[in-house]
Design a protein around this ligand. Structure first.
Ligand SMILES: [Zn+2]
Length: 84
């Protein structure tokens, strides 16, 4: 099912009409489509944009910090004579 939603405050690049643009996702083609109901102008946006991979890199960069925390906890466990 395709749901077409109007984008609040959006301005059509073609005719400049306010709140005339509606958008929907085309799952089969992995695309976001926008359409102006005033002039019929259509715009296609790729859902898998290169910006997404930049975000993933930032998340991965934080991982080594967590890894060091885990290591220091392990050292405490090994030096505990009352441990199992
Ligand atoms: Zn338009």
């Amino acid at each position: 099912m395709v749901i077409k939603r109007f984008i609040a405050g959006a301005v059509c690049q073609h005719c400049g009409g306010h709140d005339k643009t509606r958008a929907w996702e085309d799952d089969s083609e992995k695309l976001m489509r926008r359409e102006c109901i005033a002039c019929g102008y259509q715009e296609v946006i790729a859902l898998e944009a290169p910006e997404t991979s930049e975000l993933v890199t930032r998340v991965n960069y934080a991982d080594p910090v967590f890894d060091e925390d885990v290591r220091s906890v392990r050292i405490l466990d090994d030096s505990d004579p009352n441990g199992p």
